[in-house]
Design a protein around this ligand. Structure first.
Ligand SMILES: Cc1cc2nc3c(=O)[nH]c(=O)nc-3n(C[C@H](O)[C@H](O)[C@H](O)COP(=O)(O)OP(=O)(O)OC[C@H]3O[C@@H](n4cnc5c(N)ncnc54)[C@H](O)[C@@H]3O)c2cc1C
Length: 378
């Protein structure tokens, strides 16, 4: 069978890309190696309502697990600060259902989806799968972080996330635990999904994610684990070329997840949409500059923020627990109010700068971070 486009990877970026291409009347096939779209879910599901608007998706009853009202940050010694998350309108998605909703959008636009079909190799006129060869003009690589593993291992951190039943879960509150010794370069998190249910995870440079998470859960208290996932996350930002020959790379496979938190529903999803529009245009005109526009447009939207996030990451990775404590000690209620009121979930480096720049912390943190901090604070 011949297609204009084959998309490898049936998750948010690949499916949104297919939706855009199919809606312009081109023949597009999505192949997904797993036996079901949306599983195994490897995502916390946190996303802002405004991001969902941009992606063109209205969350349905089945896809929306929860609404977040506050975020608690906890220091290594247990100091806490709480942000009011209501102005940022953050929700928790059930990714198993959400991905199916996007697949439904793609297929009603005219795309075809095939599960248990794995991209094995790119051939001269298309691709080879476990189920035979498929001819196509353009191949979209939407295979997620697995596509980056062979490219560069230095940007990959191991993570583990368990779904738990526990009575210590606060349905309204996300929790983030910072500790550079336990979770170097990242953090532990609790994302409530329902009453007494949460996704609890850890990631960190060089850690044993399973035992680190089990230790974290042990300290939190009584719980039952109902599901475990282990997945690598990518924190090194976008790859150099989103388009190479007739291969267009989108989503996490292109490094489009946030370098600070590895969140990618929005920025990776937008990668899929922008690529889909560029591919459609290219199929109409045959002009390579139409294809190249995808990278430019993604950079116009996210490039500056991602550069700031990379800088924020390089700063935060160098803080030790002592300086994190001093930061927590210097955050005033006024700063918390400002961050809660003006901060953005999707473009959050201004909030990080506000917290790093608070009076009193600067001295302690500056000793470690020096000039780079000044550059970050602008
Ligand atoms: C533990 C964890 C928690 C996260 N929490 C959040 C969060 O709260 N908010 C947020 O915004 N983001 C979060 N993310 C990131 C988010 O999940 C990703 O950014 C997003 O799913 C990226 O979508 P994608 O389509 O690019 O890739 P993926 O979702 O990774 O999908 C890639 C797809 O390709 C398929 N595939 C792989 N190889 C092949 C092949 N050879 N042939 C065919 N198919 C193949 C895979 O099976 C998969 O379905 C989290 C990630 C992790 C690991």
């Amino acid at each position: 069978m011949d297609y204009d486009v084959v998309v490898a990877g049936g998750s948010v970026a690949g499916l949104l890309c297919a939706r855009e291409i199919a809606s312009q009347g081109h023949r597009v096939l999505v192949i997904e190696e797993d036996y079901e779209i949306g599983t195994p879910e490897h995502c916390g599901g946190l996303v802002s309502i405004s991001a969902m608007d941009d992606l063109g998706i209205i969350p349905m009853r089945g896809t929306l697990d929860n609404k977040v009202r506050s975020a608690r940050l906890v220091s290594p010694s247990g100091r806490e600060v709480t942000l009011d998350a209501r102005p940022q309108q953050v929700i928790v998605l059930d990714r198993r259902e959400f991905d199916k909703q996007v697949a439904h959008q793609a297929t009603t636009s005219g795309a075809e989806v095939m599960v248990r079909t794995q991209l094995r190799e790119i051939t001269v006129d298309g691709i080879r799968t476990n189920d035979g060869n498929i001819r196509c003009k353009i191949i979209v690589d939407a295979r997620g972080v697995s596509s980056l593993v062979n490219r560069d291992r230095t940007g990959i951190l191991p993570s583990a996330q368990y779904e738990v039943y526990a009575d210590w879960v606060d349905k309204d509150r996300v929790e983030v635990y910072l500790d550079q010794e336990k979770y170097p370069g990242f953090f532990a998190w609790v994302i409530p999904t329902r009453h007494d249910e949460a996704k609890v995870g850890v990631a960190g440079r060089g850690i044993n994610a399973a035992s680190t998470l089990e230790e974290f859960l042990g300290k939190k208290g009584r719980h039952s684990v109902i599901r475990k996932i282990f997945a690598p996350i990518w924190v090194k930002g976008p790859i150099k070329d989103f388009v190479s020959g007739n291969v267009v790379t989108v989503g996490d496979a292109a490094g489009q997840a946030k370098p600070t938190t590895a969140g990618g529903i929005y920025s990776s999803g937008m990668g899929g949409i922008l690529a889909g529009r560029a591919v459609s245009q290219f199929l109409n005109t045959g002009k390579r500059e139409d294809l190249a526009r995808y990278q430019q447009e993604w950079n116009d939207k996210f490039g500056r923020e991602f550069s700031q996030m990379l800088l924020a990451r390089s700063l935060l990775e160098r803080l030790d627990n002592k300086s994190i404590e001093s930061l927590f000690g210097s955050i005033t209620p006024q700063v918390l109010d400002e961050v809660s009121r003006d901060g953005s979930f999707d473009f959050h480096t201004t909030s990080v700068a506000k917290i790093l720049g608070v009076k009193g912390s600067v001295k302690a943190v500056q000793a470690i971070l020096g000039n780079e901090l000044r550059r970050f604070l602008g």
